[in-house]
Design a protein around this ligand. Sequence first.
Ligand SMILES: [Zn+2]
Length: 346
Amino acid sequence: MTASDIAAIVAQLPKAELHLHLEGSIAPETAAQLARRHGAEITPAEVAHRYRSPDFPGFLDAYKWVTSFLRQPQDYALIADELFARLAAQDVVYAEITISASVMLRRNQDLAANFAALAEAAERSKSRGLRVQWIFDTARQFGPEMAMETARWAARLAPRGVVAFGVGGDELALPAAELRPAYDLAREAGLRAVAHAGEIGPPQAIREAIEILGAERIGHGIAAALDPALMERLASDGVTLEICPTSNLRTGALARQFGAESASLDRHPLKSFFDRGLRVALSTDDPAMFETDLIAEYALAARLGLDAPEIARLAEMSFHAALLPEPDCQSYLARFRKRTSELGLL
Ligand SMILES: [Zn+2]
């Protein structure tokens, strides 16, 4: 079966996406529109060019640059409505969306008003058959106090759909122990814990995210491929790795972890993780910046060697790893299995 056959099948499955940054989903046309709204003239082609960064620091710069056009609640509402329409068009029925809450705080924006606009967009998306929950993320390079402030806001907005606290940004900027108090605060407020780790950092960063921060899901975690004992542990503990192949290629993370010659997707450890029984949630990370979508990532998984039943098992894992109450999780799983058996996949 070719990758495009797989894409056609996956398009017909109800899907969940768990590692998806709102601010990485801004289409070049929309970024140009936002820039104009705030008095800057940029063409979509220029935005697309900025999105094609040569390495990880370049990617962080592009992210910072595009978020500078997000200034008020209606800007956030616009990008959320567009993202949700694209997700619904792919039959994504459940999404956990990460918001760079610490970026809003650092820019002295009205986080409560921005989030109210986002929560309304999530409400509107229900009519498209999409359920959304939120993860508040702090950028590691902003330091421990900003992490605390972001965790406080996450706790405050938990009743409106924030389900987890996480850390992203420059993985090498701050030791995990410095973030521990923020994670403790979030946990005490009933929030779940996720963390980017082992994307550009070493296997040890994944261990620390689990042991020190209590992360139950790891963003990327591709460095685990360098450490068989860690892979074994992730499999036996049931820790989910949120795997975003195109992102790893485009940010240079793959080349950084596995050597310069691996500037090709074929070196991605997704299949090896899958074969070893690790839990994996396939995602896009920043779909507009990396010119991808969830169905395209499944087609890549097929290119990396997963056959159709394995692709279906992979897609099912995202529902297992969703931060949902158990009955909701089971009801999505039942719906998913019904569809896969109709399609003769499982
Ligand atoms: Zn990410």
